[in-house]
Design a protein around this ligand. Structure first.
Ligand code: AMP
Length: 436
């Protein structure tokens, strides 16, 4: 098996990786690090959770050390563009961790916080700058940063960047970079628009693809609960009250939905926080810190707010609503089962969302096992008793299913209820991720 020491990385980096507890390179690291050390361009088709940050950060740091140079004022030697503040902060932290013995100047800049400290960091000059595109352009326009001395650039989560409407800012930023440079381009998916952009920016790139597009993480046990829309909150509370749900992320499609769900959960005595684009930076960081430390058991998030979250030990992902874009399903469930752990993803699917479910199954080439918890129209009690153990009591006043009964089982027991056929078709929504 390939070892980090086989890849040609600088000694100081190997030491840092050891102190991070990394033993062997992940596949993307083994494939990408050697060509990147040679200065090649790279097209990486990989999602977060594959170890891609280390795959690009360590060879770039190695090259900075190989060609020692003092950063010049208002310049950066390496530029990394990330779509969200959370992701930018995490990438910045990774550069600091992997470069901890290398004495590099690393800074992270994003919107929503003051300019002062950022201007100061830029004025001294940087080895590595990690930034979101909007704020970066602001600094460039204000004359706080020039890119003509930048020798390497990374565009991370290109597909997400485009979803967020960053195409124009990205083009403006790239126009200011030197023609001779090393370019790294990462995207979880490669639709034609992204492939075109990549071909404009890259020069004879090495291509590395680790998770085939739309392949869901293998270690995530997936299931669907068919349920009426109005009963979703009740079912969600039941699920989350199970102590197996130690650290869960609940996805909603909209920001307002996230707030509603978080307050319903709080009302049921669960520790839950919503995170989305309407929250202030300090609120988001506080929620994330609480989630990481275990003070908050449930994070309720929109797709966009959650994309950059890298929290280990997420036991469950619950899709309170299915995403409009099937690729987002893959991103969502990739929040669990990270770094070798196992995880479970449960999707609450109502009648309106059946077409979205079909789209997800088609994209991921699988049939997700489903449990039907719908009440028959007009019936006072649940009729689909396939999931009910003999003698199981529903302790809930409205006859809602008890948490234990709903919790996915680890013994692989099949509880699949037959799918209703001939359901009306709901129209698939506009192909954008909502809930920014
Ligand atoms: P990323 O895909 O860059 O978001 O990385 C996913 C997670 O895997 C992060 O928490 C990293 O710290 C961790 N990680 C990356 N590479 C390795 C490795 N070779 N061994 C163990 N953990 C790793």
């Amino acid at each position: 098996m390939t070892q980090f020491s086989d890849l040609g990385l600088a000694e100081t980096i190997l030491r840092a990786l050891k102190s991070e507890g990394y033993e062997t390179p992940t596949p993307i690291q083994a494939q990408a690090i050697p060509p990147l050390l040679e200065g090649r361009d790279l097209l990486g088709i990989a999602q977060t959770g594959t170890g891609k940050t280390c795959a690009f950060a360590t060879p770039l740091i190695s090259r900075l050390l190989k060609f020692p140079e003092h950063p010049r004022a208002k310049q950066t030697r390496v530029l990394v563009l990330a779509p969200t503040r959370e992701l930018a902060a995490q990438i910045g932290d990774s550069f600091k961790a992997y470069g901890r013995f290398a004495g590099l100047r690393v800074a992270t800049i994003f919107g929503g916080v003051g300019f002062g400290p950022q201007v100061q960091a830029l004025s001294r000059g940087l080895d590595v700058l990690v930034a979101t595109p909007g704020r970066l352009l602001d600094h460039m326009t204000q004359g706080n940063l020039r890119l003509d001395g930048t020798s390497a650039v990374v565009l991370d989560e290109a597909d997400h960047m485009l979803d967020l409407g960053f195409l124009v800012p990205i083009r403006k930023i790239f126009a200011k970079l030197p023609k001779r440079r090393q370019t790294l381009f990462f995207s979880a998916t490669m639709p034609p628009q992204i492939a075109m952009l990549a071909s404009e920016m890259l020069h004879q790139p090495v291509q590395v693809s680790v998770t085939p597009v739309a392949k869901t993480a293998d270690r995530v046990a997936q299931r669907v609960i068919l349920i009426e829309a109005r009963r979703k909150t009740e079912v969600l509370v039941d699920l989350l009250q199970n102590p197996d749900f130690r650290r869960s992320i609940v996805f909603t499609r909209t920001k307002r939905g996230a707030d509603r769900v978080a307050s319903a959960l709080a009302g049921a005595g669960l520790t839950a926080e919503a995170i989305h684009g309407n929250k202030s930076q300090s609120q988001r960081l506080r929620a994330l810190d609480g989630f990481r430390s275990g003070r908050v058991a449930v994070l309720v998030a929109t797709d966009i707010a959650a994309r950059g979250i890298d929290v280990e030990g997420v036991s469950h992902v619950v899709n309170f609503e299915l995403p409009e874009v099937p690729e987002a399903y893959v991103h969502r469930i990739g929040r669990t089962a990270r770094a070798g752990a196992e995880g479970e993803a449960i999707s609450l699917c109502d009648h309106q969302e059946r077409d979205l479910l079909r789209g997800i199954e088609k994209l991921t080439r699988q049939t997700i096992p489903s449990t039907d918890l719908r009440l028959a129209p007009g019936a006072p009690e649940e009729v689909h008793v396939a999931t009910k153990k003999p003698g199981a009591r529903s302790g809930r006043p409205n006859g809602g299913p008890a948490a234990k009964r709903l919790a996915p089982r680890r013994d692989g027991e099949k509880r699949r209820a037959p799918r209703a056929s001939g359901e009306g078709r709901s129209r698939q929504g506009e192909a954008r991720v909502n809930g920014r």
